[in-house]
Design a protein around this ligand. Structure first.
Ligand code: HPA
Length: 270
């Protein structure tokens, strides 16, 4: 994989992706951050050698190099999920590329369901820790040892200092920001009532279908990492209603301005 990573990174360097400092993965309904970016260069995923091929749904996937608050950033507009049929190595390949290009920190956003019923839809949650329920690991492959330690430490996968900064930013801007544990499932089906009960019992505050693989690989590479969820629905097993994807997307969009404020301020302070 090492040679592929170098080749992909060299291609992007030639395209002008010149020493980004921070990598950002934009999740569901949070794409508007792009409008705050001074775009220097963008490349469609389909054109990047060894990148997972974008599916029809995600043909808009792009890697963008630009400036945000004066910092050079690389932004993934659209991410890969295992529920689309990608492997965990595919899903996390872009993180390895951003690392090869020189980022020092990875910031991630996602949409998640609230398991903790003190949290309301439309609010944000800072991820403090996670539970990997995707049944495998992005580090479980032959040759991982050539890219970093096999038995990667996960005692503090989310950077405490960045998280403290995010909390201060939220406070200063009067943004409600919960803190909690994010559990990642495979999806794409939503959870049953029994699964929601289980998630609560095992200590999850939110559930979603992404982020954990990317955070594991960021830690594998020694990158500082942080992630914020927008809570799009309340997963109450005793009063569960059929999922409404339109409402989930609408909730993600409702929280978008707060998410953008947090990310912009954070980039400024990093
Ligand atoms: N599960 C439940 N609700 C959600 C999810 C999920 O994975 N993602 C966004 N809302």
């Amino acid at each position: 994989m090492k040679n592929y990573i170098e080749e992909t990174a060299n291609y992007l360097k030639e395209k002008g992706f010149d020493l980004p400092e921070v990598g950002i993965i934009l999740g569901t309904g949070l794409g508007q951050l792009i409008n705050h970016l001074e775009i220097i260069k963008e490349v469609s995923y389909n054109h990047i050698p060894y990148f997972p091929t974008a599916t029809v749904e995600f043909h808009k996937g792009k890697l963008i190099f630009g400036k945000l608050e004066g910092k050079k950033v690389i932004v993934m507009q659209g991410r890969f999920h295992i529920y689309e049929g990608y492997t965990l190595q595919d899903v996390t390949y872009p993180v390895r590329i951003m690392n090869q290009l020189g980022i020092k920190a990875l910031l991630v956003s996602n949409a998640a369901g609230a398991i903790n019923l003190n949290f309301k839809k439309g609010e944000l949650m800072l991820i403090e820790d996670h539970i990997n329920l995707q049944g495998s690991s992005p580090l479980a492959f032959k040759g991982v040892g050539s890219l970093g330690v096999r038995f990667a430490d996960m005692s503090q996968p989310y950077d405490a200092q960045i998280n403290a900064t995010i909390e201060t930013i939220a406070k200063n801007h009067n943004i409600t920001l919960h803190k909690g544990v994010y559990a990642s499932v495979v999806g794409p089906q939503l959870e049953t009532r029994a699964e929601y009960r289980m998630l609560k019992i095992i200590g999850a505050d939110a559930v979603g279908m992404s982020t954990v693989p990317e955070i594991i690989v960021a830690n594998h590479l020694g990158l500082k990492a942080a992630a914020v969820s927008v809570l799009t629905d309340e997963c109450d097993p005793e009063h569960l209603e059929p999922v409404n994807i339109d409402e989930i997307i609408a909730m993600a969009q409702k929280a978008e301005p707060d998410m953008i404020t947090i990310f912009k301020e954070l980039i400024k302070q990093l």
